[in-house]
Design a protein around this ligand. Structure first.
Ligand SMILES: [Zn+2]
Length: 211
């Protein structure tokens, strides 16, 4: 499934005659780096009125999908403020349909139901931050002679963990992860995502599934 454009009738904020315009209804974040960039830069679904030339954001429902990162987000427009709950019910139905139609993609994680494009930007910003720090953690782990185990991205995101967990020795156990994580944080306190891992292990919580 590729990124998809839709067409609809658009009203200009200046009250000009309405016109038909194309806009993106589905964005594959893993396939279309340019579309993702334009989303983050605030240029996605900008439409120009043919009568007065005004450029404005076409605030409509769209889906953001990045299967390798396990991100599936249904984004509803800001104008849906009053009936967001109603919208959410509809988005949940859409998700069930999508999951059935894309059974080969094995979507085993929960989607995000977001209100407005800003919430999606915040999610993608966090994801970027998490990716960067995860790369650093993997590099530091290897320097120290630890293994870096890739974990399920959706689970890691929910728990506030990095995408790789360091492991002392050869077995992926809570204690081997905790020891390695403590050693890395002692050396580099900026590796903040490991703090959540250490805290959870100390409280006896389960490790996320390996990828
Ligand atoms: Zn206009």
């Amino acid at each position: 499934m590729k990124s998809i454009k839709g067409e609809c009738n658009v009203e200009c904020p200046n009250g000009c005659e309405s016109f038909d315009a194309e806009y993106w209804t589905l964005i594959r974040g893993d396939h279309d780096a340019e579309l993702k960039e334009s989303l983050l830069g605030g240029e996605l679904n900008l439409i120009s009125c043919p009568s007065c030339g005004e450029i404005f954001y076409h605030d409509r429902d769209f889906i953001y999908f990045d299967p390798p990162k396990q991100i599936l987000a249904f984004v509803s427009p800001k104008t849906a403020k009053e009936n967001f709950e109603e919208k959410k019910q509809k988005m949940m139905k859409d998700f069930e349909l999508l999951r059935k139609n894309l059974s080969e993609m094995n979507i085993s994680y929960d989607p995000f139901y977001l209100f407005g494009i800003e919430e999606l930007k915040a999610l993608l910003d966090y994801d970027d931050f998490c990716n960067c720090q995860s790369e650093v953690i993997a590099a530091c782990a290897s320097q120290k002679g630890f293994k870096a185990v890739a974990v399920n991205p959706a689970q890691a995101r929910l728990k506030g963990y990095p995408l790789y967990l360091p492991v002392e020795g050869s077995t992926y156990t809570a204690q081997s992860v905790k020891k390695a994580a403590q050693a890395l944080v002692a050396q580099n306190p900026a590796l903040t995502l490991l703090n959540a891992v250490i805290k959870d292990i100390s409280e006896g919580k389960d490790l996320p599934a390996r990828l």
